[in-house]
Design a binder for this molecule. Structure first.
Ligand code: PLP
Length: 390
């Protein structure tokens, strides 16, 4: 994170979190214990799934899920180019092929019609992201997946606590993955969680998380056999979440509603303050959507160039106000271009949007005065850009 006066993001840590961590430290049990289980049950209760598997990061969670589902070289997985790199990298980890489709310019999530068109006999899954905490169209991806008998995987790393018509993020897909990096709605420092109703899949993820040790349904009779600590049923990883991380998570989960409410209020302040500016496109929230704001991203009006946008971001940073270009398109990242030969123009909507987005400072404690200062700074830089063009 930055040392800016108004940083892009900041975790919300109170005495409750400090006490929870301290109590784990004093317990002497720092890994594989009851607090991870408690955190798992709190998250699953919230997102309405039966099982939760705490892991060391969101990225690791996605990797284990791809592995556990048996996705392999030759398989295709449909996903969005407008996201954090991890949502596509996990497909590469298992040797499968990411098939990008363009986004809907309002919700910034994948265009369902394009998802359907991208399905081939090799398609194994749709990997959908609730971009910036917006669950719009998740139901449509679920019904497309069901119709074509493929799996919906939910990268809900940006979406803890959001819902569509009352249905929470994490419950749309056969499996979902949350992330708890410090800029997310809640944090465990580093951490993630796999959520699913599928007991077999959950058990497989538990085994993969823990060095391939046998667990539950994935291993039938082996379960509980003596000496199972040093029995390794399959090639596994160390992807465990520690008790210390989970303690942070438990404390944060007890405050989740308060945190989401605070973030909603900050988003409302930005909306009210900036909605009248014709150089800016504000986020659109469809009916039925209950946001859980991950970041607050405005877009410059069509006509602004990438260079102008980048200049605005740099100038804001020089004025001690955090700002960022969430997200550069994944397919245009150097190693994706090199490996797959993507050229600019491949996904015009995602590219056009991504060249004009600016993530503004966004965290729970931002007050009206600070929002106003951010808005003033942004408006000043836009005025400058407009003057330059004459
Ligand atoms: C944050 C995030 C992840 C996971 O990030 P980690 O830092 O590994 O926890 C994955 N996908 C998306 C879309 C994210 O925003």
């Amino acid at each position: 994170m930055s040392d800016q006066e108004i940083p892009l993001s900041r975790p919300d840590i109170t005495e409750l979190e400090e006490q929870a961590v301290l109590s784990v430290l004093r317990s002497g049990r720092l890994s594989i214990g009851p607090v991870v289980e408690q955190f798992e049950s709190m998250v699953t209760q919230r997102c309405g799934t039966r099982f939760g598997v705490g892991v060391s990061s969101g990225t690791t969670g996605l990797h284990l899920v791809m592995h556990a589902m048996g996705i392999k070289p030759g398989d295709e997985v449909i996903t969005t180019p407008f996201s954090f790199i991890a949502s596509a990298n996990c497909i590469l980890y298992v040797g499968a092929t990411p098939v990008f489709v363009d986004i809907d310019p309002r919700t910034l999530n994948m265009d369902p019609a394009q998802v359907e068109r991208a399905i081939t006999p090799r398609t194994r899954a749709i990997l959908a992201v609730e971009t910036f905490g917006n669950p719009a169209m998740m139901e449509q991806y679920a019904s497309i997946a069901a119709r074509h008998e493929i799996t919906l995987i939910e990268d809900c790393c940006e979406a803890l606590g959001c819902s569509f018509r009352g249905r929470p993020a994490g419950s749309f897909g056969r499996v979902g993955v949350f992330g708890f990096y410090p800029n997310k709605q809640i944090t465990t420092g580093e951490g993630g969680m796999i959520v699913t109703d599928d007991e077999r899949l959950a058990d497989m993820c538990r085994s993969l998380r823990n060095q391939g040790r046998p667990t539950g349904k994935a291993d039938g009779a082996v379960q509980g056999s003596a000496g199972s600590w040093l029995r390794h049923q399959r090639l596994g990883y160390n992807a465990r979440m520690s008790e210390v991380q989970a303690a942070l998570g438990v404390a944060q989960m007890t405050r989740l509603d308060e945190i989401i409410r605070a973030r909603n209020q900050v988003a409302d302040l930005y909306m009210r303050r900036l909605a009248g500016n014709c150089d800016l496109i504000m986020p659109t929230i469809d009916p039925g959507v209950a946001m859980s704001w991950f970041v607050f991203v405005v877009r410059l009006a069509t006509g602004f160039t990438l260079e102008e946008r980048d200049r605005v971001i740099r100038a804001m940073r020089n004025h001690d106000v955090g700002a960022a270009d969430y997200f550069p398109c994944i397919h245009l990242q150097p190693f994706y271009r090199e490996r797959f030969g993507f050229q600019p123009g491949a996904f015009p909507i995602a590219e056009s949007v991504s060249q004009r987005t600016i993530a503004l400072p966004f965290h729970n404690r931002l007050n009206e005065r600070e929002v106003d200062l951010v808005a003033q700074t942004l408006e000043l830089m836009l005025t400058r850009e407009n003057l330059k063009r004459g």
